[in-house]
Ligand binder design. Structure first.
Ligand code: NAP
Length: 496
């Protein structure tokens, strides 16, 4: 595979040029004060797509000024109207579905069909929270002694700081912006430096949908710590919501302690994928392909460790290896390009995947397919299946974030659960079994915030997404997703 062999379509530059390559502050698109910029790279060619502003801490503080100024009027905005803005944004996203998908593929690398799926998923958060905006309830009860009354109301938390990763450039934003808009919070959002364009396009859509000036402010920056640090320690910010690695999440929790910010953390995963002896093996292989290969394996929900019962291990391994070997690697940009697996996001991610596979092989793992980088110039890695992976391999404890399926076997349920839970992460796990009692027992015993039961994808705007242990704090999406942006106020009412 050689990215130069693929035709570059004129529509590619058109969608990039259509994006406002500027900071969104108080409803105005502007350049960074220092006039500095940084390049956004196409990971399938390693060439630059364009440059975006490199915000300074002063720019970020201006964004917080705007969010703070807009907060009280935004909180007073009728919930129905807040919901209607989200609904309009949902419709605009769908009307620009093709261009947004192409833009995402250009800056992130996943093949076009995957970007299309993400755009659909991302838009669903706006539709869901458009409906939730008018369902924030309260409570009014008589005190147990019969004299006083207990009045409970929900109010927006206030200006919220948002930091998003590169792997789902739009959905990780809409999952935060949707509930914040519905609840009446203003925002300062910083997307990942690798994928700022999708978020800037989304900012334009929300503006067109009628979001008032200052409600959503977007800053792009190369030095995340330098721009976010001053905001996190500013008393006007009331919330920090972050999606990204556990290492950065820990630092941000620590920084948030200074102002006792309300924090939501969607962090790393190390998902186990269990296939029991009574599983439907074909369904399990189908689920494994989704759980492993969605987003080129660069998903927090990606199956990171496969544990197979000895009775079905050979059949499952054989079928999975054949499916992985048949995947086509390449630049997945054109409508007519037949590609299943795009490049990894950058050189450091490619090095990390290479290192983890090499470490496992060095410790005795066998390569059934793949096992090395693919020819560039992009950051390609071959779909890989490893078997006999020892428990000491780094692959079993670290997120590989790439197209690599490490396989181990087990003989009984307890052994499988012990291995699955033997990690500081607890985002998601997958289990395949046709035995109902086992299914419930295993679902209750897995120490994760989510379980894919006979299913390889859990993401759903209508469901609470999030992890336990070091995979996070709080939930995004579902009925409780809006709670992350609401405070509860209790008024003690004297007896009438
Ligand atoms: P990352 O390195 O933690 O970066 C995530 C975001 O944090 C980026 O916007 C980054 O900015 C920013 N950041 C980095 N250092 C910062 C600092 N000191 N202060 C403030 N912001 C800072 O993670 P990533 O490599 O982009 O994303 C992959 C990770 O995200 C994986 O661990 C994955 O599991 C996790 N993830 C979790 C979920 C979930 O819902 N649980 C979903 C998706 C991804 P720069 O880009 O400018 O460095």
């Amino acid at each position: 595979m050689n990215a130069d062999d693929q035709p570059h379509h004129p529509r590619e530059s058109t969608v990039v040029e259509a994006v406002p390559r500027a900071l969104l502050i108080d409803g105005t698109w502007r350049s960074a004060t220092a006039e500095r910029t940084f390049e956004v790279e196409d990971p399938s060619t390693t060439t630059s797509l364009c440059a975006v502003p490199d915000a300074t801490a002063d720019d970020a503080l201006r964004a917080l000024d705007a969010a703070d100024r807009a907060q009280s009027s935004w909180a007073a905005h009728p919930p129905r109207q807040r919901g209607e803005i989200l609904r309009r944004a949902f419709e605009i996203i769908n009307s620009r579905h093709k261009d947004l998908s192409l833009l995402m593929t250009l800056e992130m690398g996943k093949p076009l069909p995957e970007s299309r799926a993400e755009v659909t998923y991302a838009a669903e958060f706006f539709r869901w929270f458009a409906e939730e905006a008018v369902r924030v309830d309260g409570d009014y009860t008589v005190s147990p002694n019969g004299t006083g009354r207990v009045l409970v109301m929900r109010q927006p938390v206030g200006p919220s700081l948002m930091v998003t990763p590169w792997n789902f450039p739009m959905a990780m934003g809409t999952r935060k912006i949707g509930p914040a808009v519905a609840a009446g919070c203003t925002m300062v959002l910083k997307p990942a430096h690798q994928t700022p364009l999708t978020m800037l396009a989304l900012g334009e859509i929300l503006t067109e949908a009628g979001l008032p000036d200052g409600v959503l402010n977007i800053i792009t920056a190369r030095d995340a710590g330098a721009v976010m640090g001053p905001l996190i320690s500013d008393p006007r910010a009331r919330k920090l919501t972050f999606t990204g690695s556990t290492a950065v999440g820990r630092t941000l929790i620590e920084q948030s302690a200074e102002q006792v910010l309300k924090v939501s953390m969607e962090l790393g995963g190390n998902a186990p994928f269990l296939v029991f002896g009574d599983a439907d093996v074909d369904a399990a292989v189908e689920g494994a392909m989704l759980a492993k290969m969605r987003n080129v394996g660069e998903a927090c929900t990606a199956a990171n460790r496969f544990y197979l019962h000895r009775d079905i291990a050979d059949e499952f391994t054989d079928k999975l290896t054949r499916r992985m070997r048949a995947l086509r690697v390449g630049r997945g940009v054109g409508d007519d390009v037949d590609v299943d697996v795009g490049p990894l996001i950058d050189a450091s991610q490619l090095n990390k995947v290479t290192e983890l596979v090499d470490d496992a092989v060095h410790q005795g793992a066998r390569v059934l397919t793949g096992g090395k980088a693919d020819s560039g110039p992009g950051y390609y890695y071959q779909p890989t299946v490893l078997t006999d992976v020892p428990a000491t391999a780094r692959l079993t404890s670290e997120e590989v974030f790439g197209p690599v399926a490490p396989i181990s076997t087990f003989t009984d349920e307890d052994e499988a659960l012990t291995a699955a839970n033997n990690t500081e992460f607890g985002l998601v796990s997958y289990a395949y079994t046709q035995n109902m009692r086992r299914a419930l027992r295993v679902s209750e015993s897995l120490q994760t915030g989510m379980v894919g039961l006979n299913q390889g994808v859990v993401s759903n705007a209508a469901a609470p997404f999030g992890g336990v242990k070091q995979s996070g704090i709080g939930r995004e999406g579902g009925k409780i997703g809006i709670d992350e942006y609401l405070e509860t106020k209790y008024v003690a009412v004297g007896g009438p």
